[in-house]
Design a protein around this ligand. Structure first.
Ligand code: WTA
Length: 568
């Protein structure tokens, strides 16, 4: 029997107060995610239960109980307070998947500050624009990443504290830098968490759009309500589970379901801070007897490619439940997982902006491989017409995914960008920007994005960001960046480049351009291919028509280009 029980039964009389009751939260009172994920679990008598099993490179391992999480996040909180940091200050977490990232995240929340996790592979520019946009006061990082911070610190006047969690005391510290050793720092006495309320900001996650700089998605402490209940009913966690979420907390899955969901339920989770390989992953599952595994389609397709033989070399019988998020999960991957693991990966659909799972195949429900399933109870979901924005009644007709606003984990705004936030709502619906259709049984099927954002291996890449980086190179006159098909990553980044006069369109130049933009972008956003072109297709007013280039890459009908000629 799964936690959700009967899906239809849950739809009747659903109310988010179910989660409030289970969490012991009464409206109007303080609600602090940091406290909920550690102190409360200890108060429930689980102080000695393992919260985190961590493994890094070369077999190093660390383990923490819920009491360790409580104490160490208090230390983080006390240290940040000693620097004068206070509620609503932005504190960036810029670390690999080390324990300090997970525990520091809770520490930041405990003092009421806003946690801004950023993917540690970001290059200087990607880091800088996000810190700049949020006017972040402090950054918590590791020795290995501090050089990136040093290269941007001069142009970051708001950044007052650079906190290094693993400094060995050998190299001298520079301006604004300081060390904080979580294990050695003295436990604060009488640490009090800041009494954040439901609507107090908690997390700022940056996401890419088609135009403009990345947007800071603002979440609040009340998001816990959705994150807790979706974790319970979709990820179906049980008291003795060993949970593994493969996502990095630099992205929303890694926080909503890699920290908040499991720990607010008091569940043991494992983290592997080692690069991907099928062998490594299976070994990890076998060694820690992982029971619930939340991963992503690209990883699953990579495992498929590694073949069935390597699966058979490992005892993976601990696996009880599997789920996936981030990009379309193709039917083959679902069927394959059922064949080799004896369990299908259940697809879940949501976004940084939604904060929690919106559409999903529920445990115990009939699974349709390739489909995203149905709406979580309490979520009103539809597919609306692209012109009238009214729900489409016709079965199988493609339109825009739409949600009625109002669930607890919904973003509250884009940081300093209320205009773009408002543009996401039409006719009373929140439009996530994806296309889908609904079948006869009410299941949602993903069709594609409704904008030019590229989803490569589950990571959203803004063509605008890549084009801007390219344009900064002296040889590049114009550029257009689109997705090109890829067997494993589904989509990869491809750049069309028009050169300035006097430059030779050759491999040498391609290499130079690649090296130039590598310093600016995250490795995930790097083009896999540059194609030199003499002209780029444009609208009458001079806007580059990425859609035309996209259609060509995908061998799709270009259709009526007269409409494409018009600006939209
Ligand atoms: C896409 C990740 C198809 C979609 C949690 C969405 C998906 C964007 C699925 C959000 C899925 C996410 N099937 N596409 N199951 N899940 N997407 O903000 O385009 O990094 O809008 O959040 O990924 O990506 P984000």
């Amino acid at each position: 029997m799964s936690n959700i029980g009967s899906y239809e039964g849950r739809l009747k009389n659903f109310d988010w107060s179910i989660a409030e009751k289970e969490l012991g939260y009464n409206k109007g009172e303080a609600i602090n995610i940091g406290w909920y994920c550690s102190d409360r679990i200890c108060e429930m008598g689980k102080a000695g239960k393992t919260a985190l099993i961590w493994e890094g490179l070369g077999g190093v391992a660390r383990q923490y109980t819920f009491d360790d999480i409580r104490v160490n996040s208090n230390k983080f909180g006390a240290f940040l307070r000693s620097l004068g940091l206070k509620n609503e200050d932005r504190v960036c977490l810029f670390m690999d998947k080390i324990p300090e990232l997970y525990i520091g995240f809770l520490g930041v929340l405990k003092i009421g500050a806003i946690a801004q996790p950023l993917f540690s592979a970001f290059g200087d520019e990607s880091l800088h624009v996000r810190l700049d946009n949020a006017e972040t006061t402090a950054i918590i990082t590791q020795r290995k990443h501090v050089s990136k911070v040093r290269r941007i610190i001069e142009k970051s006047p708001y950044l007052k504290h650079v906190i290094i969690v693993d400094h060995d005391g050998k190299k001298p510290l520079k301006d604004r830098e300081m060390t904080f050793n979580m294990e050695e720092y003295e436990e604060p006495k009488d640490f009090e968490f800041f009494p954040t309320k439901a609507e107090t900001p908690s997390v700022l996650h940056y996401t890419s759009g088609t135009t403009g700089q990345p947007k800071g998605v603002k979440h609040v402490h009340y998001s816990l309500i959705s994150q807790y209940l979706t974790t319970k009913w979709v990820l179906d966690l049980l008291e003795d589970d060993i949970y593994w979420c493969t996502a990095d907390p630099g992205w929303v899955t890694g926080t909503s379901y890699g920290i908040i969901g499991p720990w607010s339920m008091g569940i043991t989770q494992c983290v592997m801070d080692v690069g991907f390989s099928a062998e490594n992953w299976y070994k990890f599952i076998e060694k820690h007897k992982v029971t619930m595994w939340y991963s992503a389609p690209t990883a699953i397709r990579s495992l498929m490619k590694a073949g069935d033989e390597v699966v058979k070399k490992h005892n993976l019988s601990s696996l009880r439940h599997l789920a996936s998020v981030g990009e379309p999960l193709n039917a083959e991957a679902v069927i394959w997982s059922e064949k080799v693991f004896g369990k299908p990966f259940l697809d879940t659909y949501w976004q940084t902006e939604t904060g929690s799972i919106m559409l999903t195949n529920f445990p115990g429900m009939k699974i349709k491989p390739g489909s995203m399933g149905k709406a979580f109870p309490g979520i009103t979901a539809a597919v609306v017409d692209t012109k009238t924005f009214k729900p489409i009644q016709e079965v199988g007709k493609i339109g825009l995914i739409a949600f009625k606003p109002g669930w607890p984990a919904m973003m509250r705004t884009y940081w300093n960008n209320e205009t773009t936030y408002k543009s996401k709502f039409t006719n009373g619906w929140y439009l996530p920007g994806d296309r889908a259709y609904i079948d006869l049984d009410g299941y949602f099927w993903f069709v594609g994005r409704d904008d030019d954002v590229i989803n490569t291996g589950g990571h959203l890449v803004s063509p605008f960001e890549v084009e801007s980086a390219l344009l900064e190179h002296e040889a590049v006159a114009e550029s257009a960046v689109v997705a090109k098909p890829d067997e494993v990553n589904m989509e990869v980044v491809k750049a069309f480049v028009m050169l300035n006069a006097g430059y030779e369109a050759d491999d040498m130049l391609e290499l130079k351009i690649m090296n130039f933009i590598r310093k600016k972008l995250s490795p995930l956003a790097m083009p896999q291919e540059i194609e030199y072109v003499k002209t780029l297709p444009k609208t009458r007013s001079g806007k580059i028509m990425r859609r035309l280039l996209h259609a060509k890459e995908w061998g799709e009908e270009i259709g009526d280009t007269s409409t494409l000629e018009d600006d939209e």
